[in-house]
Design a protein around this ligand. Structure first.
Ligand code: IPM
Ligand code: MG
Length: 357
């Protein structure tokens, strides 16, 4: 199989973690007889520095003309002062929207080797955490009109939150389809006691649920969900929600696993092309020090193999290799605990390559 992958290393620790993911993909290519061609492009803060905008046209074109995109992380305090249209975050939103990536899959699972790192009590953690957050990614308040204007002598800001039926329908279908490959349970999260967008959300999700009689569907209010995630995370299988709620809940879900550096994500649209990135940020404080954890990015590359290229065996090969490296006691600084061996970002890449063989 031959695939072209657009690579956005980005800012902060982005370049060093992506480097390790590329080494892993190259090893997989060798082992299984595939060819992955990487085309490097700039986006985020480094693109602002080099081209005056966080999302150069060439970058967007290469994202639209490839088989998938691998992204490290973008942003950092250095670009806090730039106008909002060219902020590093705008690049991310621009790519998501231009590529039509409406479904953001964020698996949050507890690695048994790292259970002690969870901030939750052991009796809660021992029931396990293995959920899939399915976040709508190109609608809602993120993509409505954003306006700040003077009204009656003071500044007033508006962020319009809009959802159309078709936008809810397609993300609901994604969630139910994923549930079919998991434990056949979906919890749809909204604020239907207050918001019209949520009332429509609940109605449309209910309708789509009818097409999936083998999947159990429940509704949960977002504030209660935030609470339930720390109280009893084992109750969740697939969680589906709108953009802003999903942004917040997915950080919470990853944090309770205790290892945000390990969490991967996939953003998908109608076709097979997607964008894959770790869910953590650019961590400028540790950038360039070989301290970062590359596993979230490497697991994102594995998700690319599985979801975009249909290479299940290759994806499992990467996941198993990581499992064995953790079993052997190797840890980057963020997941270090007593009795384990602390290694750097590159060495973590080495260890995973060794296990892939
Ligand atoms: C995420 C991030 C982005 C978002 C930011 C950087 C725009 O927090 O991917 O969750 O809010 O979607
Ligand atoms: Mg976020």
């Amino acid at each position: 199989m031959q695939k072209t992958i657009t690579v956005i290393r980005g800012d902060g620790i982005g370049p060093e973690i992506v480097e390790q993911a590329i080494r892993v993909l190259n090893r997989i290519a060798e082992k299984f007889g595939h060819t992955f061609c990487f085309q490097n492009v700039l986006a985020g803060g480094c693109a602002i520095d080099a081209c005056g905008t966080s999302l150069p046209e060439d970058t967007l074109q290469k994202c639209l003309n490839c088989d998938s995109v691998l992204l490290g992380a973008v942003g950092g305090p250095k670009w806090d002062g730039v106008p909002k249209e060219i902020r590093p975050e705008a690049a991310l939103l621009g790519i998501r929207s231009a590529m039509g990536l409406y479904a953001n899959l964020r698996p949050a699972r507890l690695f048994r080797q790292l259970a002690a790192a969870s901030p939750l009590k052991p009796e809660i953690v021992s029931r396990g955490i293995d959920l899939m957050m399915v976040r709508e990614l190109i609608g809602g308040a993120y993509f409505g009109a954003h306006v700040t204007a003077e009204e009656k002598g003071e500044l007033v800001a508006h962020d319009d939150m809009t959802y159309a039926e078709h936008e809810i329908e397609r993300i609901a279908r994604t969630a139910f389809s994923i549930a079919r490959k998991r434990d056949h349970r979906v919890i749809s999260v909204d604020k239907a006691n207050v918001l019209d967008t949520s009332r429509l959300w609940r109605k449309v999700v209910g309708r789509v649920a009818g097409e999936f009689p083998d999947v159990k569907c429940e509704n949960m209010l977002v504030d209660n969900t935030a609470m339930q995630l720390v109280k009893n995370p084992a109750q969740f299988d697939v969680v589906v929600t709108e953009n802003l709620f999903g942004d917040i809940l997915s950080d919470e879900a990853s944090m309770i696993t205790g290892s945000i550096g390990m969490m991967a994500s996939a953003s998908l649209g109608e076709g097979t092309r997607g964008m894959y990135e770790p869910i953590h940020g650019s961590a400028p404080d540790i950038a360039g020090k070989d301290l970062a954890n590359p596993i979230g990015t490497i697991l994102s590359a594995a998700m690319m193999l599985r979801y975009s290229f249909d290479l299940d065996e290759e994806a499992a090969c990467i996941e198993d290799a990581i499992d064995r490296v953790l079993d052997a006691g190797y840890r980057t600084a963020d997941i270090m605990s007593e009795g384990c061996m602390q290694i750097g970002c590159r060495e973590m890449g080495d260890k995973i390559l060794e296990q892939i063989g």
